[in-house]
Each structure stands twice: as structure tokens, then as C-alpha cells.
Design a binder for this molecule. Structure first.
Ligand code: B1M
Length: 232
């Protein structure tokens, strides 16, 4: 029997449990990560704290070792699967805040990019804050975004990109919106690990969101401004 099998997660104190969950996430152990999430919730941890401290922080280590060539795609896929398992438990809890209806957002990962964990997190948090979210998934072309805007009539368009090679595509989408004369009909928020504030400005987005919590704050702020404009 390995050491791993000897560990009883529910007997660990919080800090050791969180550390163990980071290790389990790293090793792609979905069931263990799910169990850890459930234990922390039973211990009255806020869902958002479980999300950020146990899951997102663990994924950071995976990202660093992926970058450094210590982990490879198959292992990272397993880690991503474990992360998604934990997120699925938190999703209804984050979404059931009872917050008043705020507005609507269409969100998707850009063309050529299949990373969706961050986008899914943003969707979850936005729903939790009272936004209706239409998630277009991954690998979205300009046409897919524009069709969704036309169909769904949201106030906000969110785009996610995790690769330096795909982030310029956000500008393609915004430029096409300008060409079609619809740019100012929407608030465009962008996010993803390789982006920054400067990039957001350079491509003409309304806001760059460092993380999901910032996305929610910005979306609310823009909705408030819209309401004030309409009232004024
Ligand atoms: Co990929 N990958 N990956 N990967 N991957 C990165 C992004 C990378 C930085 C890893 C590294 O080298 N350190 C690197 C990119 C390097 C670069 O471009 N400079 C990389 C690479 C190279 C690749 C491949 C090319 C590898 C290969 O095939 N050789 C390949 C590309 C495939 C493709 O897209 N065409 C690839 C594949 C994969 C997997 C499939 C194995 C898997 C994705 C699984 C999935 O998403 N379903 C994967 C993963 C998991 C990662 C890392 C390790 C983790 C990403 C993640 O989920 N983070 C990542 C390393 C890293 O980011 N440090 C990496 C957790 C998530 C919560 O954070 O996505 O940043 P994040 O989202 C945050 C914020 O950014 C923000 O809020 C989120 C929540 O707080 N945010 C938004 C994100 N989107 C937003 C949208 C908004 C607002 C905020 O709209 C309003």
C-alpha cells in the first residue's frame, strides 16, 4: 500500500488538507480533490475560499511545472479534470447567491485556444453575482461571437485567451465589431493569464480582468454606469 492510500483526508487539519489537495490536483486525482472540496465545505469554508485557496492556488503549481517541462500535456489534462471535478461541486453554491439580476454576458475562449478552466470560473462567478451567462465554449471565431451577440443581445462580451499566440485574436473580434458599427453597443471585457492592462487598452477592450472576481466587479461597475446613463 502506498503512503497516499494511508492518508485519510477528513482527519487532516485545514492547512494540511489544502496542501494535500494541491498535491492531489497536481497528480490528477479527481475523486480525492472532490472529497477535499466536500470536507472543506462541511467545515463551513466559504465556496469562494475553497475555490481560490484549494483549487486555483493548486493549479498555479501545475502551470509552473508545465512551463518548466516537469509536467506534460497528459498530466496537465488530468490535473485539469480534477480541477473541473472540484469546480462542479462549487458551481451551484457559487451560483445560488440570490443576487438580484444584473445583466447578461456572452463569453467564450478565442479561436485556436482550448483552455477553458479560467473562463468557466468567470462564468460561475458571474452567475453567482446575478448575471445571466451564455457560454460559447472554446475556439470561437469572430463569426461565432458576432452571431451570439446578435442572438443573445447581452450587455457584456467576455473573451478569454491563455496563449500568447491566440490573444491577438481578441483584437480581430473588436476590430470587426468596429467595422460593423456595433462596438459601442457592448462592454467588452477580456482576461487570461498572458494578458495585462496595457494589452487590454491596446486592443480597445473596456476592461482587462486579472481574475474572476475582478471580472464580476468590472461587469457590475459597467452595468451601474449604463443604468446611470439611461437615468440621466
Ligand atoms: Co496550456 N498553456 N497549453 N493547457 N496551460 C498554458 C496557458 C501555459 C502558460 C503553460 C506554460 O507554459 N507555463 C502555456 C502558454 C504559453 C504561452 O502562450 N506563452 C500553455 C501551452 C504552451 C499549451 C499548449 C500549446 C501545449 C502544447 O500542446 N504543447 C496547448 C495549447 C492548446 C490550445 O489551446 N490550442 C496547451 C494545452 C493545455 C491543456 C489542454 C493540457 C490544459 C487545458 C485544459 C482546459 O482548460 N480544459 C492546459 C492547462 C491546464 C494550462 C495551465 C497549466 C493552466 C491554465 C488554467 O486552467 N489555469 C496554463 C498555465 C498557466 O496559466 N499558468 C497553461 C487556472 C485558471 C483558473 O486560470 O485560466 O488564468 P486562468 O483564468 C483566470 C484569469 O486569467 C482570468 O480569470 C480566471 C479565474 O481567476 N480569466 C478571465 C481567464 N479568462 C478570462 C476571461 C474573462 C475575464 C477573466 O472575460 C471577461
Amino acid at each position: 500500500m502506498s503512503d497516499e492510500e494511508d492518508i485519510i483526508l477528513s482527519e487532516l487539519p485545514d492547512d494540511e488538507l489544502v496542501q494535500q489537495m494541491h498535491d492531489d490536483l497536481y497528480d490528477g486525482m479527481k475523486e480525492e480533490v472532490e472529497e477535499g472540496v466536500t470536507i472543506l465545505l462541511d467545515r463551513k469554508w466559504e465556496p469562494y475560499k475553497v475555490l481560490t485557496e484549494a483549487l486555483v492556488a493548486g493549479m498555479k503549481v501545475v502551470g509552473e511545472d508545465f512551463r518548466d517541462g516537469i509536467l506534460f500535456v497528459p498530466e496537465v489534462l488530468l490535473a485539469a479534470g480534477a480541477m473541473k471535478g472540484g469546480m462542479a461541486i462549487l458551481k451551484p453554491l457559487l451560483a445560488e447567491s440570490g443576487a438580484p439580476q444584473q445583466g447578461k454576458m456572452v463569453i467564450g475562449t478565442v479561436k485556436g485556444d482550448i483552455h477553458d478552466i479560467g473562463k468557466n470560473l468567470v462564468s460561475m462567478m458571474m452567475e453567482g453575482a446575478g448575471f445571466e451567462v451564455v457560454d460559447l465554449g472554446i475556439n470561437n471565431s469572430v463569426e461565432a461571437y458576432l452571431e451570439a451577440l446578435e442572438r443573445e443581445k447581452p450587455q457584456i462580451l467576455g473573451m478569454s485567451a491563455l496563449l500568447t499566440t491566440t490573444m491577438p485574436y481578441m483584437k480581430v473580434v473588436i476590430d470587426t465589431m468596429i467595422e460593423k458599427g456595433i462596438r459601442d453597443d457592448y462592454t467588452v471585457l477580456v482576461g487570461g493569464a498572458p494578458l495585462n492592462e496595457e494589452f487590454g487598452k491596446a486592443i480597445g477592450a473596456d476592461g482587462y480582468c486579472r481574475d474572476a472576481a475582478v471580472a464580476v466587479d468590472m461587469a457590475k461597475e459597467f452595468m451601474d454606469r449604463k443604468h446611470n446613463q439611461m437615468a440621466g
